[in-house]
Design a binder for this molecule. Structure first.
Ligand code: SF4
Length: 344
């Protein structure tokens, strides 16, 4: 590892500044973007339509900034979890989830997280640092399945809205013609509801949005998710009602089901009232138990009942299949294990 600046993760505008500072022709910026994001060059030397001099000047001051995963775990169901080294000897995780009709990568946006949700292993790690746009996209670029990916979800470690600048930049690189040129409809970003950053996300990107609800009730949600003390789920939904998302852009709510806690008829009523008239879908998610937590997942039969009750009220509800349980697919588990190993 050198102390040079890195190219991967720079937008076209930022690359224009780089080439200007090096005294290279303006069009070199587009050529570099092409090598970084389309041709997937592994080194500056591979950028063969740049002059030898240009490559030399670039190499003197810049590294590519690509990092391969340091560890991989495969589940019996095909899910794979990749561990990437991050700054200060820390680790971040990405989970590859293959299904018949899509291949999704779940990426991290931070190392650790400061939001302290009761059910989350990443939250237990505490906040360790922000990821750059380059570190976010590197997860997509550096796994063996990179060319198979159809979708990316920002649902790994961290709260994406707490790193909104770099998250928006990573989406710009993924969706621009000079970048990966993906449709924004292939990208879904989750949030627990950090309202000011959500507003920026809604206005400055076209990607889908997934809001973690987990309870429609104030006191209960406060216990599960301390963010409720600052930004309530009611306020989050009020914000969403301000916008017309059109037919193409999807708003969904995530609802992890905890046995005997948020899976009653009263919750069905509460959710229905909250989401009344909002065009959205609700994903019911099986809880993966985490160490040292009394929380248990709602049994499948009860999840089906809950889903049916909501469907009867007119809500589009799906039960998410549980994937990769045998490799600790819940975010934060693998990196926490690695962290503990380092500390031993
Ligand atoms: Fe952070 Fe998300 Fe975990 Fe909450 S659920 S602590 S926001 S990573």
């Amino acid at each position: 590892m050198t102390n040079k600046a890195v190219l991967f993760g720079k937008t076209l505008d930022e690359l224009r500044v780089v080439v200007k500072e090096l005294g290279l022709p303006g069009f070199t910026a587009t050529q570099i973007a092409d090598w970084l994001y389309k041709k997937k060059a592994g080194s500056i030397e591979e950028m063969t339509n740049l002059s030898k001099k240009a490559r030399g000047l670039l190499s003197d001051q810049y590294d590519m900034g690509l990092t391969m995963p340091s560890k991989e775990q495969a589940s019996v169901d095909g899910t794979k979890k990749y561990l990437f080294p991050a700054h200060r000897n820390l680790f971040l995780e990405a989970a590859y989830i293959p299904e018949t009709d899509r291949k999704t990568l779940c990426v991290s946006s931070q190392v650790g997280c400061k939001m302290g949700c009761l059910f989350c292993m990443t939250g237990k790690q505490g906040f360790q640092g922000q990821l750059t746009a380059g570190e976010i996209i590197n997860q997509i670029r550096s796994i063996p399945e990179t060319d198979e990916l159809t979708n990316v979800v920002y649902m790994g470690m961290g709260e994406p809205m707490d790193n909104i600048e770099e998250v928006l930049k990573s989406i710009e690189i993924l969706t621009s013609d000079w970048g990966f040129a993906w449709s924004p409809r292939r990208i879904n970003v989750s949030t627990i509801g950090v309202i000011p950053a959500m507003r920026r996300f809604i206005e400055e990107s076209e990607a889908h949005l997934a809001v973690s609800m987990h309870s429609p009730f104030d006191e209960e949600r406060k216990k599960l998710m301390p963010i409720q003390q600052v930004y309530t789920i009611e306020n989050v939904i009020e914000l969403l009602r301000e916008y017309d998302f059109g037919r193409q852009r999807r708003i969904s709510f995530e609802y992890i089901m905890f046995d005997g806690i948020n899976d009653t008829a009263a919750h069905v009523k509460g959710i229905t009232k909250l989401l009344n008239g909002l065009r959205c879908r609700l994903n019911l998610i099986k809880f993966h138990p985490i160490p040292d937590s009394p929380l248990r997942g709602t049994p499948h039969d009860k999840m089906v009942w809950f889903s049916e009750q909501l469907n009867k009220k007119g809500l589009t509800t799906t039960i998410r299949r549980s994937r990769g349980e045998d490799i600790y697919a819940a975010c934060g588990l693998l990196s926490t294990k690695q962290l503990l190993k380092k500390e031993e």
